[in-house]
Design a protein around this ligand. Structure first.
Ligand SMILES: Cc1ncc(COP(=O)(O)O)c(C=O)c1O
Length: 456
């Protein structure tokens, strides 16, 4: 059965962010089931889900309460449109989201995934300023190395050349501002201050032309898990207020407990004008996203029918009942008084165990925040030299980890550990031990290859 499925996969599927030539030549892992933090393939092999199935899973796979919420909903109805009609779980979820998000966010617009949540945020911000009579405000500022999704609007505010450069002719222009990582100050805090100064200069220069600043709060995910210094997000908020531009926080990756509190922006008491959520919103079960805005933004869209202030945007599956029902059950699990104290313990243990990676010769720039750990694979850690791109170091470490029973997905040479929040202390130990072994073994092989190449 496995062989036949593998053949069909290689004949009929096109995988995301994947060089299909390599894919067709390699053996593949076909997942058939999930249980807790484990994924189980068609041959019955178990893998610890070290990346929460692309940063989506929260409470583990096949969770009884989430399953029950879904089956209860499916017995009633799976989907009906939100265009011109409403539905029970979408209404309840919108209310719940307003309750659990930072103060001021009072309206929920549903869509399907992180990219659409961002598209909606950008379009709302753009149209908001038109309704305010400030039609010149159509530019967006984003951070260098930003990632906000793969649809063209989201790509327009993206900053990762490898992913985004090809599509530049198709996108609208936006303004990039450096991340603290890229500013060459003397300390991380100083980097943050310098970057805020540069942002201040941009906002002065383009005064009256900027609709909003979009930011991944505390940590930039796909850009390589770039962790911002404390106070950086607060500084951005203060500048957004100073220049009266909208602050859009993209919590698609950071939201739902990932950084230790419900939303990353809560760590710095930041109250954005617009917040985007997806991925963990349904605990990783179904594609559903939400873009929340303030009442001030919402009311700017109110007017007579013929005034055309309507937000002309919507997707067929906006407010899907199944997605909303499982998202509600997900948020209820966060309500347990034990949830955050337990998460805090897990984060402490995870971050302490991550320190073991310092012992390896091939690991540099180790960093962590909440239940996210990351490091770069380096051929020379003292000189901070990464393995060459063509050596596919990240992919090879992940292939080795898979053989040891851990599923990972690299960001080029960056290895990311991001297990479901439901992981136990002993499962954290298992995850770290197996990845340590995979990095050590693959690092040796990679270095040996490099030396061989030099000799030839
Ligand atoms: C911060 C952030 N925003 C948006 C997205 C896009 O989400 P999706 O893949 O659901 O479209 C991602 C995906 O990784 C993300 O990390």
């Amino acid at each position: 059965m496995q062989k036949r499925l593998e053949n069909w996969d290689k004949s009929f599927l096109w995988h995301p962010f994947t060089q299909m030539k390599d894919w067709e030549e390699e053996s593949i892992c076909v997942i058939a089931r999930g249980q807790g933090v484990y994924l189980i393939d068609t041959d019955g092999n178990r893998y610890l889900d070290g990346i929460s199935s692309m940063w989506t899973n929260v409470h583990g796979h096949n969770h009884p309460q989430l399953n029950a919420a879904l089956t209860a909903q499916i017995e009633k109805i799976s989907h009906s449109t939100l265009l011109g009609f409403s539905n029970v779980p979408a209404i309840k979820l919108a209310k719940k989201l307003v309750e659990v998000t930072p103060p001021g966010l009072n309206r929920t617009f549903f869509s399907d995934n992180g990219s659409t949540a961002v598209e909606i945020a950008l379009k709302i911000a753009h149209q908001y300023w038109r309704h305010c009579g400030q039609e010149n405000r159509s530019k967006f500022v984003h951070l260098d190395q930003a990632y906000h999704g793969d649809t063209l609007g989201a790509v327009s505010v993206g900053g990762i050349d490898l992913f985004h450069q090809t599509f530049a002719p198709l996108t609208f222009s936006s303004i990039s501002t450096p991340t603290p990582d890229a500013c060459k100050g003397h300390s991380v805090e100083e980097d943050g201050d310098r970057c805020l100064d540069l942002l201040d200069q941009i906002l002065t220069r383009y005064q009256g032309q900027i609709a909003g600043i979009i930011v991944e709060p505390l940590v930039q995910g796909a850009g390589g898990m770039i962790i911002h210094p404390a106070g950086f997000l607060k500084g951005i908020e203060q500048l957004a207020q100073k220049y009266d531009v909208l602050l859009i926080v993209d919590e698609v990756m950071t939201g739902l407990g990932r950084t230790g509190q419900m939303w990353a922006c809560q760590r710095e008491q930041v109250e954005p004008d617009i917040l985007c959520s997806a991925k963990g919103l349904t605990a990783g079960y179904l594609p559903l996203a939400a873009t929340l805005t303030t009442e001030k933004i919402y009311t700017a869209f109110l007017g007579e029918y013929a005034e055309l202030k309507t937000f002309f945007h919507g997707h067929s599956f906006t407010g899907n009942q199944l997605g909303a029902a499982v998202a509600l059950a997900n948020l209820e699990l966060f309500d347990s008084p034990d949830f955050f104290p337990q998460l805090e313990n897990k984060i402490a243990h995870f971050q302490q165990r991550l320190q073991d990676f310092h012992t390896l010769d091939y690991v540099g720039n180790l960093r962590s925040i909440g239940l996210i750990g990351a490091f770069e694979l380096m051929s020379d850690k003292r000189k901070k030299i990464e393995f060459p791109f063509e050596q596919k170091a990240g992919i090879r470490v992940c292939q080795s980890a898979l053989k040891k029973g851990v599923m990972l997905r690299p960001l080029i040479n960056t290895i990311v550990l991001m297990p479901p929040l439901s992981i136990t202390i002993s499962e954290i130990d298992l995850l770290i031990d197996r990845v340590l072994s995979a990095v050590d073994q693959t690092g040796r092989e990679l270095v040996a290859e490099t030396q061989l190449l030099r000799h030839n």
